[in-house]
Design a protein around this ligand. Structure first.
Ligand code: GTP
Ligand code: MG
Length: 490
């Protein structure tokens, strides 16, 4: 039996993504906004019927919790009065976003909400968020411990946040540190980290500072980080829904709604085999260990197949696997030089055709450029559709990969960071005295170095002898590759 997952949603982005995520999980398990459960449908002769306890006086809610084939309890607690509550902790430094979430989904436990008393937010400043998290350490740990105590067999913590603002980045970093300190060796810690739009100008000029500082904590404490890039999410949304996200927006909530649904879809799919058990993957640990071969290579990318497009109501398994390998649907940009380390395709549907899957795997293996030392393994997870969802698609697909496109993502951030740092632009927002200035500069330098080392690692992993344990040799390899890349640019 898999263990439970505790979610921490921090800051505006974390909580807005969190709302979509919980709405999706709730609908997949037939849980209403107030936490009450719908009766569990059973499939007889392809007609869905509600299981009934003939002659029993058992209430509808009890019936629905006793006779289930799914496992909502991995993500929800169930109260004595048969109400489901997300195993989630909601944190922000201003009240409006969480207020909207708890109104939309009263199933959230109000005791799991942590809000700053001042209520002004962290003003897009990692240090403000981090300092606040440090002051509130005890309250945060109490919340986390209390939720952990409710689990029989806690498997992992997952953090939803943006890396670029002040709260999700700064308080999020503190939360990672606290969890790692207390639970780190025993429990998995994974993050869903949203990266800002940086194609034109980033919407807040200091975002590269916040991103670099957050990345250092992700590098130090996370076991696996799923990266979502707002630019790529907008692009996929335009492709899927054939609209222009930038023009169809009115107000901040709508601006991110489509992107957040995409993130929620990937995040929910990840745990599909645990919540709707089949014969594959009985734990989150086994899924993550398939994706992350060494702790130095733990930044993951995903792709979402065009599940909502009317053109694609029916798609077979072969086509789905190929669609998922289409770079257009990746949540972070990849290019021709991208090498893959691991690849996991989730196909979620009923009665999957094994022959089509095998054909798809073979084709995808031929088309994918793997790093030379990795098993050229295109893996397929057979997910089950929720009996509560009456979607018009026969098959949903999500792909999660570990690949070297992270080099470009991180290099872009390093470049933006260096431009700011060279002129110490806006650096004074991060300190209030000369002593603090030195500390802050040191903190930035350490963080930059850590991010650069991940870039070097992902470059080095393209080599055949990457796994050799001769450190000197590895350094040489890294240098060689940098030189090669520079040559190519020229
Ligand atoms: N995908 C997505 N991105 C978001 C959302 N909300 C904000 N962002 C992005 O996140 C970054 C800003 O982070 P926020 O989450 O708003 O900031 P915060 O964590 O609340 O921190 P402060 O407001 O500074 O206290 C910007 O790059 C936004 O584009 C959202 O709901 N979805
Ligand atoms: Mg905010």
């Amino acid at each position: 039996m898999p263990g439970e997952t505790i979610t921490l949603q921090v800051g505006q982005c974390g909580n807005q993504v969190g709302l979509q995520y919980w709405q999706q999980l709730a609908s997949e398990h037939g849980i209403n906004a107030d936490g009450s459960a719908s009766p569990y449908p059973t499939n007889t002769n392809n007609n869905f019927q509600f299981r009934d306890l003939a002659g029993s006086t058992t209430s509808e809610a009890e019936t629905s919790t006793k006779y289930r084939d799914d496992h909502p309890e991995l993500f929800f607690t169930l109260s004595d009065s048969n109400r489901y509550t997300p195993r989630s902790i909601l944190i922000d430094m201003e009240p409006s976003v969480i207020g909207k979430s708890t109104s939309a989904l009263p199933m959230f436990n109000p005791r799991n909400v942590h809000l700053s008393e001042q209520g002004n937010g962290a003003a897009n400043n990692w240090i403000n968020g981090y300092k606040y998290g440090t002051e509130e350490e005890e309250a945060l740990i109490n919340l986390i411990d209390r939720e952990a105590d409710k689990c029989n067999n806690l498997a992992n913590f997952q953090l939803l946040h943006s890396v670029a603002g002040g709260t999700g980045s700064g308080v999020g970093s503190k939360v990672l540190e606290l969890i790692s300190d207390r639970y780190g060796h025993k429990k998995l810690l994974n993050t869903f980290s949203i990266f800002p739009s940086n194609e034109d100008t980033s919407d807040v000029v200091v975002q590269p500072y916040n991103t670099i500082l957050t990345l250092k904590r992700l590098i130090d404490y996370s076991d696996a980080t799923f990266i979502f890039h707002n630019d790529s999410l907008n692009r996929i949304e335009n492709l899927l829904f054939n609209n222009n996200v930038q023009q169809n927006t009115n107000g901040n909530d709508d601006l991110f709604l489509g992107a957040n649904k995409l993130i929620a879809s990937v995040t929910a799919s990840l745990s599909n085999p645990l919540r709707f058990p089949g014969y594959m993957y009985s734990s989150i640990e086994s899924i993550i260990s398939n994706l992350v071969p060494t702790p130095d290579l733990k930044f993951l990318t995903s792709a979402i197949a065009p599940f909502s497009s009317q053109k694609h109501n029916y798609i077979n398994e072969y086509d789905m696997i190929l669609e998922l390998s289409n770079d257009r649907y990746k949540t972070n940009r990849v290019n021709n030089d991208t090498n893959y380390i691991t690849m996991l395709n989730y196909l979620i549907g009923d009665n999957l055709d094994q022959r089509e899957i095998r054909k798809g795997i073979l084709k995808s293996q031929q088309r994918t450029q793997f790093v030379p030392w990795a098993a050229r393994s295109v893996q397929v997870v057979h997910g089950k559709k929720s009996p509560f969802i009456n979607s018009s698609n026969n098959l949903d697909g999500v792909q999660i990969t570990n690949n070297t496109s992270i080099v470009d993502v991180f290099n872009k951030i390093l470049k933006q960071f260096d431009l700011l740092m060279k002129r110490k632009a806006y650096l004074n927002r991060y300190y209030s005295s000369v002593e603090e200035e030195n500390e802050v500069v040191e903190l930035f330098n350490q963080s930059r170095e850590a991010v650069k080392s991940v870039v070097d690692e992902y470059k080095a992993c393209k080599e055949l002898n990457y796994l050799d344990d001769d450190e000197d040799e590895e350094d040489v390899v890294a240098d060689d590759i940098i030189t090669q890349d520079q040559d190519m640019e020229i």
